[in-house]
Design a binder for this molecule. Sequence first.
Ligand SMILES: [Ca+2]
Ligand SMILES: [Ca+2]
Ligand SMILES: [Ca+2]
Ligand SMILES: [Zn+2]
Length: 261
Amino acid sequence: MKSIALSMLLFCFAPLMFGQGLTEQQDDHADHADHEEGFRTVDPHGNDVTVFVDPPSLTAVYEPHYDPNSPHFQGYDEVDEYERFPEGDERMMRAVTVDVYIVADEEYRARHSDWQSRCYQIVEAADNAYWRDFSINWVVRGYYSWNSNGNNASQILADLARDAGGLPNGLVMGFSADSRFNAGGIAYVYNGNPGTGFSVCLDQGVSSTTYALRHEIGHNYGCFHDFDPVVCLMNYTYAYSIDYFDSAHDNLIQGRDNWFQ
Ligand SMILES: [Ca+2]
Ligand SMILES: [Ca+2]
Ligand SMILES: [Ca+2]
Ligand SMILES: [Zn+2]
């Protein structure tokens, strides 16, 4: 496990630039009320998917720089689970590794010169819930620069799925500060294991983005929304305040813990 951690660190310093040549995807669903119910479409890789355009948090706190001493970053001193737990730990024996590719757009990188450590902290804080409940460990394998194009969140998600389509299996997590990204987060809901899952989260500061990311990856695993009185992070009432799923979604993800391998 030590060698995995080391190669991850080496990978961190090999950013790559995606091409800018893109064709805009026609999207008739722009700006409709696509949160709550979502809309069905086909992703750039031919998968039948549902897309949810999730709203931002009403209480997002903007943090200009990554600062472990800032009150907004309290608890954000994360290191990957494979560094945190000894090899013989019982949790390590049943751990499921999911490779993560962090992709930040030009607006996000311009706003945050520390975007790599910032996104790493968000990812590693968000996966603590998946580790706790499913023994799923997200391991950041690389950081990529990307130019987001599209007039709304769903076009920007499709843009990411096209531009980052060549990455290996895993979760491709987009981070956007594009003013046209009209969502707190957006993701494809897959019916079967797509190999690679795509999502994009708005820059909402570290804490709210962490909540949004957990919710969007829940979509990637095939979760739809819950509504009151179901207490689940897939319910908008709780999306920015709790970090666990209800039992139905819990079982769904448990049964899909081999996805994105
Ligand atoms: Ca991790
Ligand atoms: Ca973690
Ligand atoms: Ca952009
Ligand atoms: Zn959602």
